[in-house]
Design a protein around this ligand. Structure first.
Ligand code: ARG
Length: 283
């Protein structure tokens, strides 16, 4: 039977992209020589050349989508510096700087602070309490809300401090599964109003809170989460994410988003994917 005249396929809303500005750091010195999360194993070899090629593809992808990418100069001896998301968190021209949990990454902190200072950011505020920047903080423009994770890396006192520094409500969410040790491994912002997350990564109260506050959220599966599918970067329309998150890629497409799969085999060995490499600059 042919469709009736005027037949429309099931309506999916038009998804609108807005141009973004990102900060990234080339993985020139990337390797895995220590283990500070459940994914890292120094015994597994890392192909640094391939990591650089995958990272280059990610950077070019953002540029092809019309976004602006700034580069933080990489420093030798800081193999995790490629995970630029962890250096701090910004909203409305205010940069709240990270204070790393592990000594192996401590020297990344001044590099980030220095970059924002040099680029004339109106307010650069080093964090007093342990926090890993966009790894554990994300921003939802619609309700003008900051979502923040704690449990493995970021100290809850940093949530309070960030709320004061950024002048915004911060919703604290407890992470309970060591495989999803940063908020950005378990939740991402799809568009101004919508989040996508993997509920079991969160404590019971945080799961309730998320379900109540975000009844329209896209709920991801464990397979999506294990494939680093939640470590995604969305501009409201295009969703850049690990090519291995095959279920989530299908579902996003069905909802009218445009998934943009990227290869991430090497960065995954350090416990990160697309989002970890990307700090959004909300100036
Ligand atoms: N090896 C890094 C660490 O454990 C990975 C950081 C991933 N970054 C992120 N935003 N989730 O600190």
């Amino acid at each position: 039977m042919s469709p009736a005249v005027g037949y429309q396929p099931a309506a999916v809303p038009a998804r609108v992209a807005t141009p973004r500005t990102y900060l990234m750091c080339r993985p020139t010195y990337f390797t895995v020589t220590y283990a500070i999360n459940a994914w890292m194993d120094p015994a597994i070899g890392v192909d640094t050349e391939l990591a650089i090629a995958q990272w280059d593809q990610l950077r070019r992808t953002y540029e092809l989508l019309g976004h602006t990418v700034h580069l933080l100069p990489e420093r030798p001896g800081l193999p995790d510096m490629v995970f630029a998301a962890n250096g701090g968190f910004s909203v409305g021209g205010v940069f709240y700087g990270a204070r790393f949990t592990f000594p192996q990454r401590a020297d990344e902190r001044p590099a980030h602070l220095d970059w924002y200072e040099r680029h004339g950011w109106p307010a650069v505020r080093p964090g007093t309490f342990t926090n890993e920047g966009e790894g554990d903080f994300t921003y939802l423009p619609g309700p003008d809300l900051v979502l923040a994770g704690y449990g493995f890396r970021t100290d809850r006192r940093a949530h309070t401090e960030a709320a004061a520094v950024l002048g915004r409500e911060v919703v604290s969410l407890e992470l309970v599964d060591p495989r999803f040790y940063h908020l950005d491994t378990a939740l991402f912002v799809l568009d101004d109003e919508t989040i996508c997350y993997y509920p079991a990564a969160f404590g019971a109260q945080s799961q309730d809170l998320l379900a109540r506050r975000f009844p329209n959220a896209l709920v991801a599966t464990e397979a999506d989460a294990l494939a680093f599918g939640l470590n995604a970067v969305s501009d409201g329309r295009h969703v850049v994410l690990s090519a291995s998150a095959i279920d989530l890629i299908d579902r996003l497409a069905g909802l009218g988003y445009q998934p943009v799969p990227v290869a991430d085999s090497e960065l995954r060995k350090a416990g990160g994917s697309a989002k970890c490499c990307t700090a959004e600059l909300r100036r």
